[in-house]
Design a binder for this molecule. Structure first.
Ligand SMILES: [Ca+2]
Length: 234
């Protein structure tokens, strides 16, 4: 619950924008370093501004940790949501990048052209979808292995991974014919072993399951409660 409240606080506050364009400074991470795998790092970077601009040049870069005392710029392809995961490291600053119409606080993977938020409250499919659509969004569309791998990594590294997430995709209209929210047929699938089950009626809704890492899919019922991911079209 504490983690969820902290996450909500992070989302509800207005991040401080630094004055060079696209970097959003996450003040909660000041002097905290999340020591989880970074994609790579560049040394002899003399300012956080330069670090953010370097991230901007790399499409896969979602966020950066800048360690002033070491002049070290570390690039991540995920967004960290809680400084609880980090360790004290004086002089560390954290920035995420959201470019164009992707709002601050969202995960923006520019390489995959996807902009989304993880929502850590557990609710039904209908309630989650209502929340997404209230902002003009939909559940996250996973239509490639690259997106599946990215989102699975984002879930694993940025939140308590012991929960499953609703994604976009359903075969409620025609059993076995999976379509996205806009009716587009799904052609990529990352089913868990022995899924889809269709063991009873209404197993028609896509879930990234905590039971089969890295968050492979199951067909679940809309009345179950899960976390969920909302995606904003760019
Ligand atoms: Ca079904």
């Amino acid at each position: 619950m504490i983690r969820e409240l902290m996450f909500l606080c992070l989302l509800n506050r207005t991040p401080a924008l630094i004055n060079i364009g696209f970097g959003v400074k996450w003040k909660e991470f000041d002097n905290v370093l999340v020591s989880k795998p970074f994609t790579f790092e560049i040394l002899n970077v003399y300012s956080s501004t330069e670090c953010v601009l370097l991230c901007l040049q790399i499409e896969a870069c979602v966020s950066v940790f800048y360690r002033r005392q070491h002049r070290r710029c570390q690039f991540h392809d995920v967004l960290f949501m809680s400084p609880e995961d980090g360790q004290q490291d004086p002089g560390t600053e954290y920035y995420s990048l959201t470019v164009g119409t992707c709002p601050p606080g969202y995960v923006h993977n520019r390489l995959l052209n996807i902009c989304y938020q993880l929502h850590l409250d557990k609710i039904t499919y209908d309630d989650g979808l209502t929340d997404c659509t209230s902002r003009g969004e939909h559940f996250a569309v996973i239509d490639s292995e690259d997106k599946q791998n990215h989102v699975a990594k984002q879930i694993t590294l940025s939140s308590d991974a012991a929960f499953s997430y609703f994604l976009d995709g359903s075969d409620a209209e025609n059993e076995g014919q999976w379509v996205f929210h806009d009716g587009r047929p799904m052609t990529y699938f990352a089913w868990s072993p022995d899924n889809p089950t269709n063991t009873s009626e209404q197993h028609d809704y896509l879930v990234a399951s905590r039971f089969t890492k890295p968050f492979l899919w199951q067909d679940r019922r809309r009345v179950e409660t899960k976390r969920y991911i909302c995606q904003k079209d760019l």
